[in-house]
Each structure stands twice: as structure tokens, then as C-alpha cells.
Ligand binder design. Structure first.
Ligand code: DGL
Length: 266
């Protein structure tokens, strides 16, 4: 069991921001990543569709013999986590609770803004999770549907980037929040741009560190840490693996091994 891989998935590239932190925190663990590029973006899809995509991927990862699955996607965590935990035989960890926990630890004035996809915002998963942690916290949500295409298209360095970010963030800056949750795993890719726009006083939270902490705790508690692995990485994409590999290099800051094409329901 211990040498089995950890499965990680997202609608595309965003989950790599979680993978990067996870592989630093647990360098001996073997990782299998699935980017569902044929179905991206999830953020504008229905709960039924997001649940179906997520279940297909989790079952595929289960077949690969993973010992644990990280849903490295806020949208899938918000809408499909409960279903995955019911139907999948290995532990499944989402990113919402860890992100909410990090924000609750960080806020001084009890006002937390959440940047997320439309589907995550509509699910109210973050406001509910924050309320469970601390009843005094007031959440302000802002859907940023253009951020994911901007990142998936590799457009973050074009001049449209700052304009789009400013437009979405203007009401967030006025909300009085001292803490902003990057409630989509794609958003840490434009963290610097978001930080420049919101200014130094606002603390940005992404769930990667807390998720890595949680994975480590779970594996330690169940005695499933890999004691002597070399930390292998296998990546699948459901569409255009060459493009995925090219864009992923910018997020991980290193050349990737081969990216395999895997169509789940052709
Ligand atoms: N990275 C994902 C998230 O955390 C999905 C974004 C999308 O596909 O719309 O929500």
C-alpha cells in the first residue's frame, strides 16, 4: 500500500499548483496527475456534469491503484466531493475545507473575500465552510470566469491580463476584506498580478500548503507514507498532451516527463 501513488486531478492545469506544493512536502511520494483538458472549464458547467467528469477520473485513478485522491479543483470539491467520498474506495481529500481553514486562521477583521469560478460561488461552499469554522466571519464572493481561460490559453503575460484582473477585483478591494481566498487552483498562477492589484495589506490564501499538510497527516496516521520512493510523476491529459506539457512547464518551473493522452469516455 505505501508505495502506491497519490492521485491528483483538476479540469486542466490549475491542480499543478497543488501538485507542486505536495511534491515539495512529500518528495518520496509517487504522484499521478490527471488534467481533464477536454472538459475544461468546469466552472461554467452543471453539478451533474462536474460530478460525472469527477467520478470518471476518480475511478480511473482508483484503477491505477492510488492510495489516496486529492481533488485539486475547487469546483469539483464544491460540487462532487461528497459523491466521490461515497463511491470511491480510497480516501478523497478536497481543497475547500483546507482553504477555508487557512483563511479563518489569517483574517483579523472577520471579512474574507472568495475569488472562484461561477459554479463554486453558486454552491456557497466557501461561505458555509467559513461559517462552520467561525460564525463571525463574513464572506464576500466574486466569480472570475475569465481567469481560467486566460491561464489555460497561456495569456497571462499579455496586456489584457492586468485589465481583466482589475475589472474583477474592483469590488473585492471595496469589500473591506483583509483576506482573499484564491478559491480556484488556477488562480495562484496569477497570484502576483492579483497581489499587485489588491495591494500589500490584503493577505492572499491558497489551499496548497494546508492540503499538503492534510495529506501528510492522513498518510502518517494510517501508516501509508512511502518510506523509500523516488517521487515519480505520471501525467495524463484528456486532450492535447503536447500543449498541456508546454503550458505546464510555466507552472511547475521545470520540464515535465511525457504527458499521456487518456480519453475516459470516448
Ligand atoms: N481549477 C479549478 C478550480 O479550482 C477549475 C476551474 C475550471 O475548470 O473552471 O475550480
Amino acid at each position: 500500500m505505501n508505495t502506491r501513488a497519490i492521485g491528483i486531478f483538476d479540469s486542466g492545469l490549475g491542480g499543478l499548483t497543488i501538485l507542486k506544493t505536495l511534491s515539495k512536502a512529500l518528495p518520496k511520494e509517487n504522484l499521478i496527475y490527471f488534467g481533464d483538458t477536454v472538459n475544461t472549464p468546469y466552472g461554467s458547467k452543471s453539478k451533474a456534469a462536474i460530478t460525472r467528469f469527477s467520478l470518471d477520473i476518480a475511478r480511473f485513478l482508483e484503477q491505477q491503484g492510488v492510495k489516496l485522491i486529492v481533488v485539486a479543483c475547487n469546483t469539483a470539491s464544491a460540487l462532487a466531493l461528497a459523491e466521490l467520498q461515497k463511491k470511491i474506495s480510497v480516501p478523497v481529500i478536497g481543497v475547500i475545507e483546507p482553504g477555508a481553514l487557512a483563511a479563518a486562521r489569517s483574517t483579523q477583521n472577520g471579512r474574507v473575500a472568495v475569488l472562484a469560478t461561477e459554479a463554486t460561488v453558486h454552491s456557497k461552499a466557501y461561505p458555509l465552510a467559513l461559517q462552520r469554522l467561525d460564525k463571525r466571519i463574513r464572506a464576500f464572493q466574486r466569480a472570475c470566469p475569465m481567469f481560467v481561460p486566460l491561464i489555460e490559453e497561456g495569456w497571462t503575460h499579455k496586456s489584457a491580463g492586468p485589465l481583466i484582473v482589475q475589472d474583477y477585483l474592483a469590488p473585492v478591494a471595496r469589500s473591506g476584506a483583509d483576506t482573499v481566498i484564491l478559491g480556484c487552483t488556477h488562480y495562484p498562477v496569477i497570484k502576483r498580478l492579483i497581489a499587485q492589484t489588491l495591494g500589500k495589506k490584503i493577505h492572499l490564501v491558497d489551499s496548497a500548503d494546508v492540503v499538503a499538510e492534510e495529506v501528510k497527516t492522513r498518510l502518517t496516521r494510517t501508516d501509508r507514507l512511502n518510506p523509500r520512493g523516488r517521487g515519480s510523476l505520471k501525467i495524463y491529459a484528456s486532450d492535447d498532451p503536447v500543449r498541456f506539457k508546454r503550458l505546464a512547464k510555466h507552472i511547475l518551473g521545470r520540464e515535465l516527463p511525457r504527458v499521456y493522452l487518456k480519453k475516459l469516455n470516448p
